[in-house]
Write a protein that binds this ligand. Sequence first.
Ligand code: ASP
Ligand code: MG
Length: 395
Amino acid sequence: MRVVKKFGGSSLRDTERVRAVAAHIAKAHSEGKGVVVVVSAMGKTTDELMRLAHEVSPQPDRRELDMLLTAGERISMALLAMAVRDLGVPATSLTGSQCGIITNDRPGAARIVEVRPYRVEDALTAGHVVIVAGFQGVSYRREVTTLGRGGSDTTAVALAAAVGAEACEIYSDIDGVYTADPRVIIDAHRLSSLSHDEMLELARAGAKVLAEDAVAWARLNRVALFVRASDGRPGETLVRLDPAEPHTGVVGVACRPDARLWTYPSGLRTGVLARLTEAGVTPLIDTVAPGDSALLLVARDVADGVDSLFGSLCDQIQATLGEAGSLSRGTLVSVVGTSVGRDPHLAARFDEVLGAFDTDAPRMSQGLTRSVIVDPAQADAVATALHDALVHKER
Ligand code: ASP
Ligand code: MG
């Protein structure tokens, strides 16, 4: 049996934790499993590298930025491999490029197009634990690329699919997927399971626990995900293949800061979408509203996590729309659930809850999500009220 285990930066933030992860891995290996481990950069290393880059250049060259950022995960993989070997377990570390993660060539936000895991297979066959640097790959032109913030999750899922792993386990300092951010909403509770579709919409809506691309890969390749705490606390969330009984109602509430919504005449839509495609951006919401207007919503990290790029993208959209588009900006607050898009009662309750807040921003339903943009100062209160009113306590 093969398993892919991914450890986030907080689980590797110092050498003591690196050794604790090594012990976990050695145990799985001793149980006879073929173990592939995907690591993130230690602690806040990626932020720190990003800061250094901006210190030497206000707009760092994208190629060189990728070169720099991939170093973070390399540090983790090498240290972890040393620690595992120290426990008498054979281990080999591999970069994204070495383990055949082939991406397109969009720097900073590359997409995995294929995985050729030959070296991973060889190392597993030789009985080694394979430790892979997450968040990175190589393009067909042999340029090193990064997969966007949180991209190590995507590496883990893509490898799990490529080596036919039984499970993909995501370890971090949080013990599962919650109905909302438990640091903000005290009543938030852990979900024992949810579907890929629900998880994908939660990630798009801003839930930080899993990267959106990772969930999309998992859904496409039918990979089950277990989200667990790395300190061994009991409890987990399973993002499952087939919802045995799809949940009705609302599975969670999520917020996404710095969202921009343009309402504009639908006649301009083709031109606007062409511009977004050029920039390689998938809008969060693109829909035609009643009365011949179109709605377009983008949020900061769709523009690959670099604020200056997001700003210039928004300027471009604004320039395309000119006077014709009206802009609301703020925090996007969304509720997610299988029936949310098609249950008029849920939509009515959502609007009722918002009635208590001073906002006339448009409400948007798309897929499994209903959302609104609110003043950032109100966002936590709106999210809490929606959670209280709409999330089932027993889930
Ligand atoms: N180290 C990268 C980041 O901080 C990738 C990851 O953690 O998944 O975004
Ligand atoms: Mg993460």
